[in-house]
Design a protein around this ligand. Structure first.
Ligand code: ADP
Length: 608
């Protein structure tokens, strides 16, 4: 249970990383804080030293009435000096706190910036693993204030350490026997605190997933996204019970640890009190016997308690420093995450105009943690300006293929090439610029209509004509012009004057977003699944003009839409089982033909 010396020294390792962070966030503030802290310690020690001189002087004067009158002047001089030093100490302390706070705020924003930088550049694979969430959540939990706290604590620690050393010297000058007593009063408390800091930290680390589940339930019950289903299926009580059970378990475990710590602290605190009163009795007895002076006794009472308070503060700061060190470790763990899909050392230049386009060559892929391959032996090509369709039942791997195409993942086998060059040789950012994509779970931003479209090409100026052209091509302009504030209407009730729109209207906005970007290829994963048949028909009637004759890869279950593609790939269980033009595939009388006939049958049925 007693922490090892290594445990106690570990926090110093954290400093090696924290100091550059502080320096990077604000070097001026860091210098000012250090300077003020040194001044603060200087004035504090001076005040203490002057106090001791004062007590010494008064003690000498007590014994000698003759010199008492002259001595008064000296006494007053010391009182004035001590007062001055104390005042200066207080002022520098206030200034030092101010500088520390300013620094904490600056560092906090700097750390937030770093965390966001990592979060937006992490591989997509991270978002799909609980490990990512654990590290992110723990990094968040560790807080953006920690680095500044570490330094603040360290400064207070050095300040208190110096002061405590001075007080110890004063105590030993009264009687050296008081030293072991002081140790008994301080050391056990330190060990208990350090032990429980580690214990609590380990427990919290184990509990991250449980906490996450609780926050998820909390979000389910309070977010507007789930409000409808929650009411219809009457899930409220069930979720509340689950939440209460989880929180109850977390609370009980946490309280158990706190109870154990409190019990031990009471024992340790009692030992310290006994130590103090025993020494007091001893010193009172020595004074009564004439071996010590009254001055000694007064000084002892004054400074032993002060030493004890400082000792307690020191213990608290040490355990805080240790805790900060543990949590900083989590923050650094997160900041150390490096995306695997990263810039190559010598990136090839993405060609301005493509000759050959994209090719999948025997591509295979398996999701991390999944037992079966999701894609195997995929051969596929998309030439510039060609419209290619992907067809297949749910789970056959169509979306995964798109994720690989956009380089959100890298293939495990085979390769994907752009004009004959493996796409891993290009800068991921430049390569992704070739595409505009609508995923099935496209985003609905709580922002204005205009911003929702502009997000498709944030580098562009976002001027009204280009936004409007994209909206017109996506068939969204009609409904937008009927909104109360047109393109400036905020889309969400989260903000004032916000407006809710229908899912089909959201999909049109997502289409407009994809159309805005002057990309070489446009990728659409079931882009019209929420559109009414008329809107869908209009969309595909002159699709090539709408997408400006770019290359396109389109996933759709509606074969009436698919038939307009130049080339069609049919997927089944992660493989391409058929490919060809619509006519070729119909003639083949395979899977595509069967699917097509089934759909046609339903439509014919409906017409009757
Ligand atoms: P489709 O788009 O054809 O419906 P997907 O590409 O979405 O199919 O999914 C193909 C297979 O990969 C499915 O079996 C699905 O369960 C699995 N899968 C999809 N996404 C993930 C993921 N993030 N992690 C693990 N498996 C996944």
């Amino acid at each position: 249970m007693i922490p090892s010396p290594r445990t106690i020294l570990e926090p110093l390792g954290t400093l090696r990383r924290v100091l550059p962070l502080l320096w990077a966030s604000s070097s001026k503030c860091a210098l000012l804080t250090t300077f003020l802290m040194v001044l603060e310690v200087g004035f504090g020690l001076a005040a203490l030293y002057l106090l001791k001189q004062l007590v010494d002087l008064v003690t000498t004067l007590l014994g000698d009435e003759a010199t008492a009158a002259q001595g008064m002047e000296q006494v007053l001089g010391y009182v004035a000096l001590t007062g001055g030093a104390t005042l200066a100490f207080m002022v520098t302390r206030a200034l030092s706190n101010l500088a520390k706070e300013a620094q904490a705020l600056l560092v906090a924003d700097y750390i937030d910036g770093k965390v966001h930088e990592r979060a937006v550049s992490a591989d997509l694979a991270f978002y799909e693993s609980p490990r990512y969430f654990d590290t992110l959540e723990r990094a968040r939990e560790s807080g953006n204030q920690r680095p500044a706290q570490v330094i603040g604590n360290l400064m207070m620690l050095s300040r208190n350490g110096l002061m405590l050393a001075a007080v110890v010297v004063l105590l030993v000058s009264i009687d050296w026997l008081l030293l072991p007593v002081l140790l008994v009063a301080i050391l056990p408390g330190l060990l208990v605190r350090l032990h429980f800091t580690r214990h609590l930290y380990d427990w919290q680390r184990r509990r991250t997933q449980m906490e996450r589940k609780a926050s998820y339930l909390d979000w389910l019950m309070t977010s507007n996204l789930h409000a409808k289903e929650l009411r219809i299926y009457q899930l409220g009580d069930h979720l509340r019970a689950q939440y209460a059970k989880l929180r109850g378990q977390i609370r009980r475990e946490r309280l158990q640890i706190t109870q154990r710590r409190t019990r031990l602290e009471v024992v340790v605190g009692s030992a310290a009190a006994i130590a103090f009163f025993t020494s007091l009795a001893y010193l009172a007895w020595q004074t009564a016997e004439g071996h010590s002076s009254v001055g000694d006794l007064v000084l002892f009472m004054l400074i032993f308690q002060r030493a004890q308070t400082m000792g307690q503060e020191l213990v608290q700061q040490l355990s805080k420093l240790y805790e900060d060190h543990l949590y900083m470790g989590l923050l650094f763990e997160f900041l150390d995450i490096r995306p695997e899909i990263a810039e190559p050392n010598h990136p090839a230049a993405v060609p301005e105009s493509l000759r050959e386009g994209i090719r999948f060559e025997k591509v295979g892929f398996q999701y991390p943690g999944s037992a079966e391959p999701t894609l195997s032996d995929i051969d596929l090509s998309i030439r510039p300006g060609q419209v290619v369709a992907l067809v297949g039942v749910n789970g056959s791997g169509k979306t995964t293929l798109i994720k690989l195409l956009c380089r959100l993942y890298d293939p495990a086998q085979g390769r994907i090439t752009l004009d004959g060059v493996d796409i891993r040789n290009y800068s991921p950012e430049q390569y992704r610029n070739l595409f505009s994509v609508i995923f099935q779970d496209y985003s609905q931003y709580a922002a204005s209509v205009k911003e929702n479209i502009h997000f498709g090409d944030i580098q562009s100026s976002g001027e009204q004509p280009s936004i409007m052209t994209a909206a017109i091509n996506a068939g969204a302009d009609d409904f937008i012009s009927r909104l109360p504030r047109g393109y400036d209407t905020p889309l969400t009730r989260m903000f004032d004057e916000g407006q809710e729109i229908s899912i089909g209207q959201w999909q049109k906005l997502a289409l407009a977003r994809a159309f805005l970007r002057k990309s070489t290829f446009i990728i659409l994963d079931e882009p019209t699944s929420s559109l009414d048949p008329e809107a869908e028909f209009e969309m595909f009637e002159n699709f090539r003009e709408r997408i400006n004759h770019r290359g396109a890869l389109m996933i759709s279950h509606r074969l009436s839409t698919v038939r307009m593609a130049d080339y069609i790939y049919v997927m089944d269980q992660g493989r391409v089982c058929e490919s060809g033009t619509h006519e070729e595939l119909i003639r083949k009388r395979g899977t595509y033909c069967k699917l097509f006939n089934k759909q046609a049958f339903h439509y014919r049925d409906a017409e009757v």
